[in-house]
Design a protein around this ligand. Structure first.
Ligand code: PGA
Length: 254
C-alpha cells in the first residue's frame, strides 16, 4: 500500500468566513472516505489556524502553519512560535517555502535554524526546497537542491532527520500553471531521496511535489515512484479541486 500526504497551502488568501467555509467543505468531502494511507493537511494563514483546527477537529484533516520562528518565545515582533501554533491546534509547519526564501530572503542558514528548532517541538516539519528557473537553466538544479538539503541535514541527528517531510517545489512551477513534467519531477525526487540517503535510510522519507498541481495533473505526478504526495497552492483554495486530488491519492493508495 502506498502512503500519500496531500497538503493545501492557502498562502495569504481567504478571510475568516472563507477559511471556515473551506475547512467545512474539505471536512464534508472526506466523510465520503479517506484511504488509511492518505494524510490530509491544510496550511491556512496563521490567524485562521485555530478556527480551521476547530472545524476539522476529530477528523483526519490536520492543520499546520506556513512558517514558524526559530526562537521559542520573546521579543521577536511579528513572529509566531511553535508553541503558539501547537496551542491553537496546529500539528505541522512549512519551513523554507520558496516565497519565504525568495521574497523574504530566508537563507539556507535561516531555514536550517528554523528546522533545528521546530524539531525540538511537537510540530512536524515540512521542509520546502526547489530551484529557480535561472538555476535550472544554468544547470545548477542538483547543486542547489544538495545545498538546501545539506544546510539542514548536517545540523540535525538521525532520529530528527527521519521525522522531516520534504516538499520539492521548483520555483518556476509555483503559481505559473506550468507544473514539472512527471519525468522532471520524478528525476528530482529520486535525486533528493538518494541525497537524503547519505544521512538516513530515506526509503520511506515522504517527498511531496509542489508547483501547479491540479486535479488534472495529480494522477500522473502522484503515480511516480518517488512522489509521495503534493503540496498544493492555487488548487487547494477550491474544495472541489483539492478533494479531487485527494480522491486521486485515495485511488493510487490502492
Ligand atoms: P501552486 O503553489 O500550487 O499555486 O503552484 C504551490 C506552493 O507554493 O506550495
Amino acid at each position: 500500500m502506498r502512503q500519500y500526504v496531500i497538503a493545501g497551502n492557502w498562502k495569504m488568501n481567504t478571510v475568516l468566513s472563507r477559511a471556515e467555509e473551506l475547512a467545512q467543505q474539505i471536512k464534508q468531502g472526506i466523510t465520503q472516505g479517506l484511504h488509511s494511507g492518505v494524510s490530509v493537511i491544510v496550511f491556512p494563514p496563521s490567524v485562521f489556524i485555530h478556527p480551521v483546527a476547530q472545524h476539522v477537529q476529530g477528523t483526519r484533516v490536520k492543520v499546520g502553519a506556513q512558517n514558524c520562528s526559530n526562537e521559542p518565545y520573546g521579543a521577536f515582533t511579528g513572529e509566531i512560535s511553535a508553541d503558539m501554533i501547537t496551542s491553537v491546534g496546529g500539528e505541522y509547519t512549512l519551513i523554507g517555502h520558496s516565497e519565504r526564501r525568495v521574497i523574504y530572503k530566508e537563507s539556507n542558514d535561516v531555514v536550517a535554524a528554523k528546522v533545528k528548532h521546530v524539531l525540538t517541538t511537537s510540530l512536524t516539519t515540512v521542509l520546502c526546497i526547489g530551484e529557480t528557473l535561472q538555476e535550472r537553466q544554468s544547470g545548477q538544479t542538483w547543486t542547489v537542491l544538495q545545498q538546501q538539503l545539506d544546510a539542514v541535514y548536517t545540523q540535525i541527528d538521525k532520529t530528527s532527520a527521519e521525522k522531516i517531510i520534504i516538499a520539492y517545489e521548483p520555483v518556476w512551477a509555483i503559481g505559473t500553471g506550468v507544473a514539472a513534467t512527471k519525468e522532471e519531477a520524478q528525476e528530482a525526487h529520486n535525486f533528493i531521496r538518494k541525497h537524503v540517503g547519505n544521512y538516513i535510510d530515506s526509503t520511506n522519507t515522504m517527498i511531496l511535489y509542489g508547483g501547479s498541481v491540479t486535479a488534472d495533473n495529480a494522477d500522473q505526478l502522484l503515480s511516480q515512484p518517488d512522489i509521495n504526495g503534493a503540496l498544493i497552492g492555487g488548487a487547494s483554495l477550491k474544495a472541489e479541486s483539492f478533494l479531487s486530488i485527494i480522491a486521486t491519492a485515495n485511488k493510487l493508495a490502492g
